[in-house]
Design a protein around this ligand. Sequence first.
Ligand code: ADP
Length: 187
Amino acid sequence: MKRLIFMGPPGAGKGTQADIVKDKFHIPQISTGEILREAVKNSTAMGLEAKKFMDAGDLVPDVVVIGIIRDRLAEADCAKGFILDGFPRTVEQAGALDKILKEMHMELDAVVNLAVPDAELVGRLLKRAEKEGRADDNEETIKNRLSNYNSKTYPLIDYYKKEGILKEVNGVGSMDDITKEIMGILG
Ligand code: ADP
């Protein structure tokens, strides 16, 4: 059983690695960023609310993303495991996730943290902006996302270290080598 979280700053490559690892384990990848971007694209009520936060590089309110995760984890394909990509991002979200999983009689197996220095991240995100044209990949928004990561998400490293399930991975290097390291850790 693989119930996993992939964590790391914006641009660390957690989405890319989660996408590869989910195929190897045949489990769904649940990306709150993707789900939110889809809602924005479809102009749903949730999308309209989330858009202003996303465009500014701010976190979408906890209540919104916790609702997304609660609904998604209840779907049948999550029974065999899952990778959460981009959630939780605040200590409140982590607490809510613990509660949801407890209600479902599930436990997390591992939290993979991809560490990449800030200086490298800005370059990566600007390059991604050129390639994918994501609305939130501009210099000002990137700075805000990194600062939000450092103040709100970084403390989760300690949270999961205390739970004894944190796995630290160096996110600088070739994509293949990083996948190998993650697979080695997860077994
Ligand atoms: P990145 O990791 O590059 O920031 P994501 O696709 O994970 O990209 O997230 C894009 C945006 O979606 C975030 O800047 C934020 O506004 C919103 N978002 C995604 N996940 C969460 C979350 N767990 N909590 C709050 N906001 C979120």
